[in-house]
Design a protein around this ligand. Structure first.
Ligand code: PGA
Length: 242
């Protein structure tokens, strides 16, 4: 992947069946021009990943999972194996999305184990961090992010991890974080990780109206986009505006 490429991660969450994924990829493939200096990574529900494997012919596309467990196999009903993701050619996987932290009670220890399991198979972990609105209002944003990153910071292969800053108050909202908030957090996270080269994504209500402005913030290497990635035409408009 060209290091100058802007990265657009589509987080489809628990949306789309295999037929819908097939139709989406066929539609967006027709719209994309190969000379574009951007990459799209579809983070699809596990039950549809095989369709991406079949349909993604453009070199601008990659695909990945939204979650996995940290063991290869065994008595872990309902979980996805990182080994099988690797065998299926999956190159990326989300870890610690705020919905997993809140609804499925994932803690820092579990998230660390998942990151390590993915790194073992050279699958790029996209680690999500973000504060609640209450935490931001009480001036605790940086402290919260530091805590969420504390175990990960001890790893020696940090450059292989992508960090997605997704303030919880901006997810699924009409209002994204503003330019100053994103810039400050980008600088803070890169400093904490000791690397300006770390891949930093912003997520939280990225849409056609704000995508261009946010993409121009220094140090933002890409987006993690939820609702605005669900329709191929809307997502293509964002792709095109950057
Ligand atoms: P959103 O979701 O773009 O709908 O705010 C982003 C995410 O949860 O990853």
């Amino acid at each position: 992947m060209n290091s100058n490429s802007f990265l657009l991660y589509a987080n489809w969450k628990m949306n789309k069946n295999p037929n819908e994924v097939r139709s989406y990829i066929r539609q967006i493939t027709k719209l994309i021009k190969l000379k574009d200096q951007k990459k799209i990574i579809f983070l699809a529900p596990a039950l549809t990943l095989f369709v991406l494997q079949e349909e993604c012919t453009s070199s601008l596309f990659s695909w990945g999972a939204q979650n996995c467990y940290f063991k290869d196999s065994g008595a872990f009903t309902g979980e996805n194996s990182p080994l099988v993701l690797k065998q299926m050619g999956i190159t990326h996987c989300l870890v610690g999305h705020s919905e997993r932290r809140t609804l499925f009670l994932e803690d820092e220890q579990l998230i660390l184990k998942k990151v390590q399991a993915l790194l073992q198979y050279s699958i790029q972990p996209i680690l999500c961090v973000g504060e609640t609105s209450q935490e931001r209002k009480s001036g605790k944003s940086f402290e919260v992010i530091k805590k969420q990153l504390s175990l990960i910071l001890k790893l020696d292969n940090l450059k292989n991890i992508t960090i997605a800053y997704e303030p919880i108050w901006a997810i699924g909202n009409k209002q994204s974080a503003d330019v100053v908030q994103i810039l400050e957090m980008q600088q803070y996270i890169k400093k904490l990780c000791g690397s300006k080269k770390l891949c930093f994504l912003y997520g939280g209500s990225v849409n056609i109206q704000n995508a261009k402005k946010i993409s121009q913030i220094q140090g933002v290497n890409g987006f993690l986009i939820g609702s605005a990635s669900l329709n191929p035409h809307d997502f293509f408009k964002i792709f095109n505006t950057i």
